[in-house]
Design a protein around this ligand. Sequence first.
Ligand code: ADP
Length: 719
Amino acid sequence: MSRIASVLLPMPLPEAFDYAEPEGLELAVGDHVAVPLGPRVIRGVVMALRDGTGGNRPLKVIQGRVDDPPLPPGVLAFVEWAARYSVDLPGFPLAMALRGLRHPPPKPDKVLVLTGTQPARVTPARLKVLAAAEGVALSSAALASAAGVSAGVVKGLVDEGVLAVDFVEPDRGLPQPDLSLPPRDLNPGQAACVEVMKEMLGAGGFQAALLDGVTGSGKTEVYLEAVAAALQDPEAQVLILLPEIALTQAVLARFEQRFAARPAEWHSGVSPPRRRQVWETVASGNARIVVGARSALFLPFKKLRLIVVDEEHDSSFKQEEGFIYQARDLAVARAKIEGASVLLASATPSLESLFNAQAGRYRWLRLSARHGAAQLPDIGLVDMRETPPEPGRWLSPPLIKAMAVTLHRGEQAMLFLNRRGYAPLVLCKACGEKMKSPDSDSWLVEHRYTGRLVCHLTGFSMKKPEACPHCGAKDSLVSIGPGVERVEEEARYLFPDARVAVFSSDTVMDAEAAKALVATMVAGEIDILVATQAAAKGHNFPNLTLVGVVDADLSLRGGDLRAGERTFQLLAQAAGRAGRHEKPGRALLQTYSPDHAVMQALKAQDRDAFIEAEMGMRQDAGLPPFGRLAAVIASGPDGAALEAYVEALAAVIPNAEGVEVFGPADAPLATVRGRRRKRFLVRAERNVDLQGFMAAWRARAKVPNSVRVVIDIDPYSFL
Ligand code: ADP
């Protein structure tokens, strides 16, 4: 009986294609195969097999199997689920699942081993080689250097047959976790959380919990013990998702301490050959603990028992480009598919997760106090209308005074401003022209370290001109507003003896640099750390006792639906860096609107009141988590074609109960990289199949070649 294989290709195609299985290939679901597509041969994955002939098109024959570890059924189901969830083509999530295979497998290492043959002639140099080769397999160069002899001596022994060439698998470098090490003594709150996690893991099947604990309450310790419990099953694997590479180093170190083995790492900073190794060891089940960025969700786990999403509220879990998804939601979906547990951890959980916890869909584990003697920092507001900074400066007298006291005590201060560069805007004081990106609606940000003006949206950059490009006036360009570089300048001016450093994605480019800067800070070699959100989360700086938030109103100004929530989370996290050990900490928030509900809630440290007010507003407006949102963003270089398309789309909105469509409207960023942009916003009641609605709607209007249409389910950005 011949069989038909449904083969999904990692390409923008609407569905899996049918191919005929050649005689004797004996394919299995999940196998990698090479198939003809037009004039090309492409590799794809077998999603399903069925008996019979005649498929969804004239059948071509599979060329052969590609010898890579097959994708397990959980990944295949997850790829299909993710595509449907994102209303996108299944080839995109498949491409993510295959990302680790882009690099060729590492070649086996060529090594020399003793054969047992005795050398015809014994010299002191030869004896050294024999001793060095005893019981190990080294390359010829490594053997010569271990023995301290020349390459010629080693070669002579090979020629005589005393040493023979052998090939071994390259070192996978994945030591196994030691599960016999004792856990730390947990405090009663932590122990109760771990008990619940053990119960969930013991019960098996899909289980979800929210670990909701103030900064420094010991959430990391709790999930380390949950991991230890999960790994009691000798085949179990666990995945820890983190929002930022800068955080992975600190977390990896904690795992290394607890299990005497470094977990496998998966993020953009990992080299392609290493990625291949990680992918393969995850597929074989040998990688038991994986710590990674959101894309680690697509790894081919053999037996995934637990997923931890740390800092689950973090908006960088939302992937906004290419294949659009919210990793927190996908983590829950993957856990469901695998029958695993998922633990979402945060000091400031998202409203979505709190909603699920309140409704009883997630177990709700709370830690309301810091571990040990550490107290939550005291949070004060600085009213910038009453005590403003000097003209052209950004630090107010009360904050400067608090910094002076802190430094005098030999403690550290952090100035937090979530804005890279020197100044967010540059304008000409002669003609008023604002410096803009040439093909986008965004202001250029001045970076003094590099002397360039940079568009943070598109990456466009230019040297800062000496004259205004608009009116030609010389030396007329002025920098408006502060970024971290400018705050650093002010800190150096105010405290000339202090050691000042900047922590932003411009000064800390990769995980290594982050680790080095964190170590310098922990060692007390920095007095004032000026930081963007890259340093606001997760890190433990024992001697940091003052956090100054330079512009607490900044993220409120965006005005989108999550502005209040995001501001609260960011500032609570930033403030939470202070006083994490014995010394009490303090945070000062500079604000022009001290009466705003967010500022008042922060000051009173009354998160629950803030959440309640915010939930009430969302409920009244039918916004997430009470309702569902989706955006359509259409863009193109040809304004008329774009206009015609969105008009056509507006004319064919399906009639559906509980769904409202707003738009089309010009996007706030109306032009990016020369493409005009239009948006629709869809609001639906919770029980509506929003994805089904969006797919049906999009299918009703033909998309012109020049137009690109993106559907964003649960949008975070409204630009
Ligand atoms: P969170 O993840 O909630 O911010 P951490 O797990 O990083 O908190 O804990 C904060 C600090 O308290 C860390 O330095 C951690 O080592 C310490 N700590 C937490 N729990 C314990 C414990 N049971 N015993 C000893 N130290 C602990």
